[in-house]
Design a protein around this ligand. Structure first.
Ligand SMILES: *Cc1c(COP(=O)(O)O)cnc(C)c1O
Length: 405
């Protein structure tokens, strides 16, 4: 019965071009990989899909730091943070993170999580009690949506970026606690949330602003401090979540916020309390990653990434202007996430398949990850790409466009 039930749903997904499958990557994360599919043996591809924006995931210094961390701390933490799993390596990482963001958040402390998904569940369930309303941008990441649904708070969603709609909702709100929650860089569009306006609303309506900086941390702002620094924001009302498996190249996530908020998370966040602490060797590696991100090498890599983004946008913009009949649209993004919005699921899948046949790996993103009718290629760039990668991608798209019916 269960098997029939699931098989039916799988066939339905197949029929709507919504069935997903995994590829097997045979090499470390990098722009050039070797990929095996269901039907074919491993073959070389240029990848435009990782969130390893600075190209640190296979950096020799970080490989060495992980090996050193393992020699010093072993492999597992052995227990949750509140039992015996909270090592000096974790504590030192948290101090580094709080110090890094101290310019944006006064009286800040940091808490590290095993993943960004868990950090967002922690934040929204631990802060979102029955006295709370959560105001969320409609295009927020799934983990923020799930956190809101699991919480006891009232959920209000506002149309993407519409601070006027949010202001109305805040004005009508009757709960004593108000949390505004937003992606800083939207993960499927690459555009920035209007954080200065959102913070002004938080101040005006006595609300707090939770910012998910998964795609800004390490990439934007001075020293890669993130989107808060990019906008020059500083406030006690800011709660910053960032992930450490994207630009930082390792794994995990953090929340930096007023010390009382972090204290409360340690007490009440179930995805913190009831899970084994991440391996201390990872915390050790992350401290080395933060040094790279903050330093000259990080600066160089961010500059290179910006140059590649500019080059890609110029060349893609020209291609799309040449072929208006394709109906493609380049997203309004200045970040490493560059969506080409195609529309239909099938058209997007065929385009992605045509690119794949040319050795270019650009994932098709379909509903429910994005709204119906806005299926897209989600191109991500990394500082580890070069001009030749960008040129091959644009050439590949140009040829794929010619082959389309
Ligand atoms: C990736 C991502 C997360 C989840 O982080 P993980 O560490 O991968 O679990 C949360 N929010 C946004 C916006 C993301 O892009």
């Amino acid at each position: 019965m269960l098997i029939d039930h699931l098989s039916r749903q799988l066939r339905e997904r197949e029929a709507h071009s919504l069935r997903r499958s995994r590829r097997i990557v045979e090499l470390p994360c990098a722009p050039r990989v070797s990929v095996s599919g269901n039907a074919h043996a491993a073959r070389p591809m240029r990848a435009f899909c990782s969130n390893d924006y600075l190209g640190l995931a296979n950096h020799p210094e970080l490989r060495a730091a992980l090996a050193e961390g393992a020699c010093r701390w072993g492999v597992g933490s052995g227990a949750s943070h509140l039992i015996s799993g909270h090592t000096r390596a974790h504590a030192a990482l948290e101090d580094d993170l709080a110090d890094f963001l101290a310019r944006c958040i006064p009286q800040a402390r940091a808490i590290e999580f095993c993943s960004g998904y868990m950090a967002n569940l922690a934040l929204l369930t631990a802060l979102g009690d029955a006295d709370t309303t959560i105001f969320a941008d409609r295009l927020n990441h799934a983990s923020l949506i799930d956190g809101g649904l699991l919480s006891k708070a009232t959920m209000r969603r506002y149309a993407h970026g519409r601070t006027d709609v949010l202001a109305d909702q805040l004005a009508r709100c009757t709960t004593p606690i108000r949390l505004i929650v937003t992606d800083a860089v939207f993960s499927m569009d690459g555009d920035l949330a209007p954080l200065p306006e959102l913070l002004a609303l938080a101040e005006r309506f006595d609300a707090w602003l939770i910012v998910d900086d998964a795609h800004g941390f390490g990439v934007l702002g001075e020293q890669g401090r993130g989107t808060l620094a990019h906008f020059g924001l500083r406030s006690e009302r800011l709660i910053c979540m960032g992930t450490l498996g994207k630009a930082a190249g390792v794994a995990g996530a953090f929340v930096v916020a007023h010390e009382t908020i972090v204290d409360w998370l340690v007490q009440a966040a179930r995805t913190y309390v009831y899970t084994t602490a991440s391996p201390p060797a990872l915390a050790h590696t992350l401290r080395a990653s933060l040094r790279l991100v903050r330093g000259e090498e990080g600066e160089r890599r961010r500059a290179r990434l910006r140059d590649l983004v500019r080059l890609l946008r110029t060349r893609l913009g020209a291609l799309i202007a040449d072929r208006p009949e394709l109906g493609w649209r380049l997203g309004e993004s200045s970040t490493a996430i560059q969506p080409v919005i195609v529309g239909g699921n099938e058209a997007t899948l065929s385009l992605s398949a045509a690119l794949e046949a040319r050795g270019l790996w650009v994932p098709a993103i379909r509903p429910p990850t994005v709204p119906v009718g806005s299926a897209r290629l989600r191109i991500t760039l990394s500082a580890a790409h070069d001009e030749d990668d960008v040129a091959s991608l644009v050439d590949g798209l140009e040829h794929a466009a010619k082959e389309l019916p």
